[in-house]
Ligand binder design. Structure first.
Ligand code: HEC
Ligand code: HEC
Ligand code: HEC
Ligand code: HEC
Ligand code: HEC
Length: 198
């Protein structure tokens, strides 16, 4: 029906429209749903898991559940098996018969071998390189970046993870006596562009 050359042009035109469409959608999502990137962002979770109870009152170490933070880029949310270390014993009702909300759902998921789909609270832009382990090794505390999580019933974003926020900390000079102080270091972290944009 069409000449070969014309057909090729149509393919190119269709490909171009599809490509700009995809770009438009991702940019639109970035502009239309900015709340996910703001401080204070607090999605509803499938189980009302309390950091205030587990990390605050029970004083379970952050790294007991988020061991990935020491080892690599991602802190990781623990699998159900970590919860079951205790919740095989700690049941939906306490000894007085009071309900512990959420544990029944937890046990159901465990029996059905169905992971819990936690909603992400923090999500740094995809074009940014971030690694937990280097920060933990550099003695930056979880709280400097996530706020007082051990006092939060439900985790919320304390900081928006903007570039200016990363840089504000990286530009600081540590005071002498700080555990992470080093004589040779003029700043806390790198500030050249390619450290975070590779
Ligand atoms: C080191 C032990 C331990 C681990 C690990 C643990 N829990 Fe718990 N959890 C407890 C104890 C103890 C209680 C009950 C506290 C009470 O009722 O006084 C509890 C209570 C709860 C409750 C009920 C809260 C309420 O308001 O009564 C939920 C829901 C819960 N845990 C979810 C989880 C999930 C999800 C995980 C895994 C990510 C987990 N727990 C890991 C010890 C643990
Ligand atoms: C008993 C296990 C447990 C302990 C202990 C624990 N956490 Fe968590 N953490 C979870 C679970 C489960 C989630 C996912 C549900 C949620 O966001 O509340 C989570 C979520 C988070 C998030 C949000 C993750 C995201 O999606 O961006 C941060 C930040 C966090 N934890 C920090 C900490 C810090 C800091 C400590 C220590 C003060 C700590 N956690 C102790 C189990 C734990
Ligand atoms: C220097 C700042 C900084 C420190 C220190 C830090 N975090 Fe994070 N955390 C972040 C950023 C940024 C993200 C988002 C990462 C992403 O989207 O890839 C994040 C994400 C998370 C998540 C979500 C899962 C993931 O890895 O993406 C958890 C859970 C978490 N942090 C827990 C912790 C715990 C526990 C500690 C302390 C042991 C800690 N963080 C220390 C900045 C930090
Ligand atoms: C509260 C302070 C603090 C904040 C906030 C912070 N950093 Fe850092 N960062 C450090 C320190 C300290 C180091 C140096 C660690 C070391 O090597 O001793 C570092 C090192 C780094 C490095 C070099 C190490 C590596 O993994 O290659 C990168 C990349 C980095 N940070 C990215 C980020 C990004 C991206 C953000 C924001 C999303 C951020 N940082 C927020 C304190 C911080
Ligand atoms: C310590 C880490 C870090 C360093 C160093 C860094 N950036 Fe960024 N940059 C980020 C983060 C995090 C974002 C994402 C901000 C957001 O999501 O709002 C970002 C976003 C950007 C953006 C997108 C627009 C914006 O502001 O959101 C541009 C462009 C950019 N950076 C350029 C640079 C240039 C040029 C340099 C060097 C002068 C640099 N960055 C150094 C962490 C860094």
């Amino acid at each position: 029906m069409f000449s070969k050359k014309f057909e090729r042009r149509i393919y190119i035109a269709v490909a171009a429209v599809m490509f700009s469409g995809a770009l438009g959608v991702s940019f639109g999502a970035y502009v239309l749903w900015p709340s996910r990137r703001e401080a204070g962002y607090q999605p509803v979770q499938p189980i009302p898991f309390s950091h205030k109870l587990h990390a605050g009152i029970l004083q379970i170490d952050c790294l007991y559940c988020h061991s990935g933070a020491e080892k690599g880029p991602h802190a990781l949310v623990p699998p159900l098996s970590t919860c079951m270390n205790c919740h095989a014993e700690v049941q939906p009702k306490d000894s007085l018969g009071n309900l512990r909300p959420g544990i029944d759902t937890l046990l159901e998921h465990w029996e059905n071998k169905e992971p819990i789909r936690w909603n992400k609270v923090h999500d740094v832009a995809d074009f940014v390189y971030f690694d937990h382990s280097r920060h933990i090794a550099g003695e930056v505390t979880c709280q400097e970046c996530h706020g007082p999580v051990e006092r939060m019933e439900h985790v919320q974003r304390t900081y928006g993870l903007k570039m200016s926020w990363c840089l504000a900390c990286h530009k600081q000079r540590l005071p002498e006596g700080d555990p992470a102080f080093s004589e040779g270091r003029t700043t806390r972290g790198p500030i050249h562009c390619t450290a975070c944009h590779r």
